[in-house]
Structures are given as C-alpha cells and as structure tokens.
Design a protein around this ligand. Sequence first.
Ligand SMILES: NC(=O)c1ccc[n+]([C@@H]2O[C@H](COP(=O)([O-])OP(=O)(O)OC[C@H]3O[C@@H](n4cnc5c(N)ncnc54)[C@H](O)[C@@H]3O)[C@@H](O)[C@H]2O)c1
Length: 259
Amino acid sequence: MRGLRDKVVLVTGGGHGREQAGSSLGQAMCVELAKEGAKIVVADLTQDRAEATAEEVRAEGGEALALPVDVVNEASVKEMVDAALAHFGRIDVLVNNAGVFGAYVPLLEIETSQWETVMDVDLKGVFLVTKAVLPSMLERGEGVVINVSSASGLVASEVGAEYTTAKHGVIGLTKQISYDYGHQGIRAVGIGPGVIKTAAFEGAEITPDFPFYDLTMQAPAGRYGEVIEIARAVCFLASDDASFIHGHTIPVDGGSPTR
Ligand SMILES: NC(=O)c1ccc[n+]([C@@H]2O[C@H](COP(=O)([O-])OP(=O)(O)OC[C@H]3O[C@@H](n4cnc5c(N)ncnc54)[C@H](O)[C@@H]3O)[C@@H](O)[C@H]2O)c1
C-alpha cells in the first residue's frame, strides 16, 4: 500500500486482548501496519500487554514503542501521547481501537455501571485520544484518524444497547472530526468490523451457541471474519490508497444484513 513506509501509527488497545495469547484486532493491526513499513506505538491498559505486541512487531523486523494508557483517563492519555511524540517526533496515523463489549442482555437488564463503562471506553476514549493527538497533526497540516466502530455501529444487535449506542456514536464522531478538521489536512475514517474470530474464539468450535451465529451465517460471506481481514483493511484506510475516503465508516463484515 502506498505511503505507509516510515509513518508513525499509534494503535490504542493494540496489546494482546482478553488476557489470552493470540490475536486481538489491535495486535493484528500493529503487526500488519509494521509489515507495510510503519513505525508503531502500541498503547494498552498495561505495559506488559502493549509490550507483547511490540515484541512481535520487532520480531518481524519492525520498530515499536509500547506504552500503557487508560483511554478513559485524560491525564493517562496525555502522558501516553506526549511519550509517543517525544520518542518518534510525530504521529501520522491514530487508530482508536481500544474497546470493551456489551453485556449481551436487553436494555432493562443493563446495570448503569455497565452502561457507563462501555460508553466511557468505547466513545469517550475515542474523543480523549483524538483530542490529545490532533493538535500535533494540525500543526503539521496532515494526519489520519481511524476509528474502530462495529457492525453494531450500524444496526442493533445481541451485544446490547450500551455497545450499540457507543459504536453508533463513534460513527457520528468520525463524521464530526472529518467535518471539523478535514479542511485542515485531517482525514478521519471509520471501520465497522463484523464478528471476527479473535483470541476469544480460537480453538473453539463455532456452534449455534456462539454470539451472532445466525446473523453471521446468514450474511453473504457465511462465516466469521479473521483478524487479518480487519488488519489489512486498516492498512488500506491508513494508506494513501484511501486518500479520497473522508468521514465514512466502511463496514468489513462479510455483508451482515442490516435491520
Ligand atoms: N472482535 C470482534 O468481533 C469485533 C467486532 C466489531 C468491533 N470490534 C471492536 O474492535 C476493537 C478491538 O476488539 P477486539 O475484539 O480485538 O477486543 P479485545 O478485547 O481483544 O481487545 C481490546 C483491547 O482494548 C484494550 N482496552 C480495553 N479498555 C481499555 C482502556 N480503558 N484503555 C486502553 N486500552 C483498553 C484491551 O486491553 C484490549 O487489548 C474494539 O473497539 C471492539 O469493539 C470487535
């Protein structure tokens, strides 16, 4: 892909996900972006999680800096972004990927604390990290912001109202970043993954008990997505090959039906 070599890309939630070895979307994005020649800042809740991915990037011959961050905490976000800028001198691409899932229950069963956690991490986190990174991009007059929404950012689903609402919000926020700063060189785009086989699924037999089984199997692709399919789409969106895509969120979901 054009234009990724030597670009500095910050991926939040880029560590190994869900306490398990294996792939999370952020981890796969970091590795694939590094294969395209990008320099990676892996930011995750703990240094260890971030470092695990950074080591994989280095093992592939890439350059990576691991940093801890809680995307919900403004001071932590500022510290992480300052450290990234001090190390690499700039951030060319920000991937707002950190996220948590819903409780898979109907609205009346959602605890208020659960609602707040998901809204905080999945929506406010995108706002806070973008707010911290944008000034340095604007100073240079260029930058790409990629927000990871979800198929649940476009339709209602079993994952729950708190997740659906936050991910719809991410799509709105992406449009607004584009509206506010597109004319100043910032290209904001989103990606809406369908159900992807991350570490949580690995080795598991995919039976009708799996979340979204019906929705996934009815979709034209008729299967769960692989992390690499999202990671490669992020490489494309980050690259100059996507230079005329502004403000939109691209579904990468095997053609999940909308409803
Ligand atoms: N896996 C899927 O099927 C799927 C589908 C659609 C959208 N998504 C979205 O893709 C993104 C990544 O999902 P995943 O499946 O790889 O999940 P995951 O749980 O494997 O990874 C999420 C990462 O975010 C980090 N994180 C969580 N809270 C954080 C915080 N407060 N500060 C910093 N980091 C934090 C976690 O430590 C973890 O490394 C999420 O935004 C998710 O909503 C995933």
